[in-house]
Design a protein around this ligand. Sequence first.
Ligand SMILES: *Cc1c(COP(=O)(O)O)cnc(C)c1O
Length: 429
Amino acid sequence: MYNNSHKAFDEAKKFIPGGVNSPVRAFKSVNSTPVFFEKGQGSKMFDIDGNEYIDCVSSWGPLIFGHAHESILKSITETSKKGTTYGASTELETLLAKKIVDMVPSIEKVRMVNSGTEATMSAIRLARGYTKKEKIIKFSGNYHGHGDSFLIKAGSGAVTLGLPDSPGVTKNIAKDTLIADFNNIESVFNLFNENKENVAAVIVEPIAGNMGLVKPQKNFLNELRNLCNEFKSVLIFDEVMTGFRVAPGGVQELYNVNPDLTTLGKIIGGGLPVGAYGGKKEIMNLLAPEGPVYQAGTLSGNPLAMSAGLTVLDMLEKDVYIKLEEISKTIEKGWNQNIIETNTKAHIARVGSMMTLFFSEKNEINNYEDALDLDTDRYAKYFKHMLDMGIYLPPSQYECLFLSSVLDEKDIDHLIKSNRKALEKLKNE
Ligand SMILES: *Cc1c(COP(=O)(O)O)cnc(C)c1O
């Protein structure tokens, strides 16, 4: 069933470290080997063995309108006829910037980059330049791309020692990243107190999506806002995942809390590589060439990426979110019923079209510590059963599903029935 994928993976491993260009794609955390894809159309993806899947990952978020959407392809094609890059200014960049400023409540000015990682790295440099302070606070279990400052281990000894999470990150960099617990405001307050006058920024996934979906508890974001005001620190919402997904203006609109800076990615590229960071004029104006904080990019604001992004943001009318909510709610309801009727130790967390089915004894996952108790072996088996039935789920328990607006009734029915079969199989294993 996966012969060609197996062969392709063997070949890839000869030339690419681990055979993949991003670790999660190797399917290691589901004890398996990757599927190689040939094409996508609407809600479906097709692998190189000819198997068809309902895509529940949407390229980790960007494909909110599914694969190969006609209007998006058209805008990319039309733009590409005029050349693919100039390394110089275009009006498209201003149009997308204006659109982002209109949609995201706290953004007054925005700078384009090429990935989420670049956005978060640049945002903390800017925050440091603005506050003239050095340390940053991040939360265990939150992911902000692979910048050195963010690869600091979340968990016990390594945190307290300030040891880096990955070889290659120096101790000196690691010591400037302080780790707090998600949904625990006291842990943030304590870090502020211990590092008086030297915390440049707090960076947070305002709805965490990289330890499975974890919602902020009531007032957590408001209290973060207050602490940042009190200690004159920059509050950064990393909305690379949640931006334009949970609401047109992201989490800040949904929960009505304004950060100073916001990082974006995924959806704004319409499926092409884009990131962005933006916020208050007073801070953004410190960026070169207006100010002294340096940041640049040869392909930043690339015309193909800008036109794809603009087309997607233009399509994000209110009815899209209503539809996404209906689709996601139906799937959640069906799966929940299956969980209860098969007596499975699991539960679902969901905000709009982002959700995670957690295999856990707990009823709620509130932070990284809770997430460490998840039954990842069970998830691996579940993933494989679903894959065999033509459902492509995230190949890790610590990720969210990203549902697209093009899932139809037949897809939803298949998703619910397959989940039932998978849970029943798990019971007998
Ligand atoms: C995906 C992601 C990033 C990194 O974006 P890349 O484009 O993969 O570099 C950063 N922050 C969050 C919250 C993300 O989900």
